[in-house]
Ligand binder design. Structure first.
Ligand code: HEC
Ligand code: HEC
Length: 600
């Protein structure tokens, strides 16, 4: 194998590199993979290592590894010799050139805040990438992207506004429709690829959240999307058992639009043995089978697509009985680790990117066996932080495996959902799920701030939120707490802004508006609790620990009730300076304050 580009590009993401298998070698953690058009090789996007790895699909071995930048998240081929990689933490797209068994970094182009899902239309000479931090999709000109001199200004031809935190994308096989899935709220946008006009924006049933990677049927008529569903009942063992807390489902939507009654959902969970965190779907080449990776329960589901009995109305709580009893129509294959992305190679074989086992797995769907595992690298024994990460993504830690910590605190951030856990010591008082970015620095924890010890917080989360029946060990608690320490804020492109509005906003924040009394210091919180004047008749305890305002612009729901959907609503409707400090702000001042908040 060759190691082109390691030192130059990867230095900022890696902290040293040594012999394969040793403790200080980075985990690769592939989040996505793409099979080349000729189906001879695949490329994995190794999220925590900052690299891509080229795997020979016939010989099932690594051909090359290349440093590309920070946070590779998705990958797509343009042809046999060129691939694109989205770099979530570098705000850019890398263009990778392949020559046989070697890889070279051709160039990187800045495209905008938090690039995620990637899709390419070679016939229309366009690439599309979600910008999770900007609630839009960047449209890139392919020809300019692969030519030497062109930069951001000319490569990004358009930014199209979509909903909150767009994450995943697909293009219909006829290259006509671009499907974009947004996370908060969970919505599916369809755009006409030739005009970039928005054709439809549809909510994914009530309560849909954590949209995964969608797939479009070969006739370009339907989108199939995996997601979780918030059933809104209290997080108790009884409610979890009957499927009334968090369900895992596939949603079927007609393309390009259609009325809500055309939308159908299929429950995937089995009572007593649910599936956790359905991530990605893929169709077999003949369109008759569909596979679904479930990261939380470490498995791959295989469904016979034409015979799925899509319920007409309410999807119910569980997988339909007819599927559960018929192995020709529904199967579960254990893969271990955290299977995330999946693609078919031929009619009966899939390749899976397995994040937590640092591998690409080959699965034969005639025998349901993992026939080969290509280890991409990483330490042989996971250290304490990785062990914490393993617990965090493990749905088997919840009662009957319905959900993981990640389901609620998506990738250490927040899914933007409201849940009634017993984290606040009572039921009947639902609360917005807090982001865990920077969490180790912002004790005391929970909205009421009653939790003063992070390890205790881990223990309560494992018992009260997960409702596990398994004993909790000190090792679980210690490793989870160690993992929490590593969940940090994304760099904010607006930080250090000196625009007049930000300067005015800061003056108000620290002065007349009185915000810094309660949101103080570098984390913009305190250890005390206050009445934030947020109306909530259900919650008898009116004292709350101010949430940290660092990274507040990355949230789409605010305050403990989650009722505020924008910072403007926070300050003008629910948490008003008039009520907090007796000061009235005019419209321009409120706008300036919001600009300042967005720079934190
Ligand atoms: C069903 C959704 C759900 C699951 C699953 C869940 N949480 Fe939470 N988490 C919440 C909610 C809601 C709160 C806020 C509770 C409150 O303040 O009363 C919270 C609060 C927290 C907090 C306090 C954050 C702060 O800034 O105050 C931490 C830390 C945390 N959770 C970690 C975890 C870990 C680790 C797991 C897995 C063991 C987990 N959570 C599982 C919903 C969930
Ligand atoms: C008296 C103390 C206090 C003052 C003064 C105060 N806050 Fe807060 N802030 C809180 C508390 C407590 C909460 C949580 C309230 C709740 O959810 O019930 C909060 C929540 C927020 C949130 C929601 C964050 C999130 O992630 O949900 C924002 C934004 C915010 N405050 C901004 C401000 C601004 C801007 C000012 C100045 C105009 C301000 N606050 C003044 C105590 C205060």
């Amino acid at each position: 194998m060759n190691w082109t580009g390691w030192s130059a590009v990867v230095a900022v993401c890696l902290f040293g590199f040594s012999v394969s298998g040793s403790a200080d070698e980075p985990h690769r953690s592939p989040l996505a993979l793409a099979v080349s058009p000729s189906q001879t090789v695949c490329l994995s996007a190794n999220h925590t290592a900052g690299t891509v790895i080229l795997v020979d699909l016939k010989e099932r071995r690594i051909l090359a590894e290349l440093g590309v930048g920070c946070g590779p998240t998705d990958v797509a081929w343009l042809d046999e010799s060129t691939a694109l990689v989205s770099l979530q933490n570098d705000d850019s797209i890398a263009v990778v050139k392949r020559d046989g068994a070697t890889l070279k970094l051709f160039k990187s182009v800045v495209v905008g805040n938090e690039p995620g899902g990637l899709a390419v239309s070679t016939s229309r000479r366009r690439a599309f990438v979600t910008l999770g931090g900007e609630d839009c999709v960047a449209v890139l000109d392919l020809d300019r992207l692969v030519s030497v001199n062109e930069t951001e200004d000319t490569v990004v031809v358009e930014r199209i506004a979509v909903g909150g935190i767009p994450r995943t994308l697909a293009i219909s096989p006829d290259d006509q429709w671009l499907v974009t899935c947004c996370a908060v709220p969970c919505e599916v946008f369809v755009h006409d690829v030739s005009s970039m006009k928005q054709i439809s924006a549809r909510k994914v049933f009530d309560g849909g959240f954590n949209p995964g990677v969608p797939a479009v049927t070969s006739d370009s008529q339907l989108v199939i999307l995996p997601s979780a569903v918030n059933r809104a009942f209290s997080v108790t063992a009884g409610m979890i058992d009957i499927g009334w807390v968090i369900d895992n489902r596939l949603t079927k939507l007609p393309l390009p639009d259609g009325d809500p009654s055309d939308q159908k959902q299929l429950g995937l969970d089995i009572r007593g043995k649910a599936v956790g965190d359905a991530n990605a779907v893929a169709f077999s080449p003949d369109g008759r089978k569909i596979v679904v990776t479930c990261g939380g329960t470490h498995e791959l589901l295989v469904l016979d697509f034409p015979s799925i009995p899509w319920p007409s109305g309410d999807p119910g709580d569980f997988l339909p009985e007819a599927l559960r009893k018929d192995a020709t129509r529904f199967r579960r294959i254990k893969l271990g680790g955290r299977p995330v992305d999946v693609q078919y190679v031929g009619e009966h074989q899939v390749v899976v990117a397995n994040y937590l086992s640092d591998s690409v797995q080959f699965i034969d769907l005639e025998t349901d066996q993992v026939t080969d595992t290509v280890r991409l690298g990483g330490p042989d024994e996971p250290g304490i932080i990785r062990r914490g990460e393993i617990v965090f993504y493990d749905a088997d830690r919840s009662l009957h495996s319905w959900f993981s910590c990640h389901t609620c605190h998506t990738d250490g951030h927040t899914s933007g959902q409201v849940f009634d856990t017993r984290n606040d010591r009572t039921y009947g008082t639902p609360k917005l799920i807090p982001s865990l970015r920077g969490v180790a620095e912002t004790g005391p924890w929970t909205w009421h701030g009653w939790q003063t010890d992070l390890k205790n917080a881990m223990k309560t989360s494992l018992t009260e939120s997960m409702n596990t029946e398994k004993p909790i060990t000190d090792e679980d608690v210690e490793s989870l707490a160690a993992y929490m320490e590593t969940i940090v804020h994304r760099k904010n492109p607006r930080s250090n802004s000196t625009s007049p509005n930000v300067v005015l906003g800061r003056q108000l924040f620290e002065g007349r508006a009185g915000c810094s009394k309660c949101h103080s210091g570098s984390t913009f919180t305190t250890v005390e609790t206050f009445d934030g004047a947020v109306e909530d008749p259900k919650d008898k305890n009116k004292l709350y620990n101010p949430p940290s305002l660092k990274g507040v612009s990355t949230r789409r729901r605010f305050l403990h009730t989650g009722k505020a959907k924008s910072l403007e609503q926070v300050l003008t409707k629910f948490h008003r300076p008039e009520e907090l400090v007796g000061e009235t702000l005019n419209e321009a001042e409120t706008a300036a304050l919001i600009d300042y908040l967005k720079s934190l």
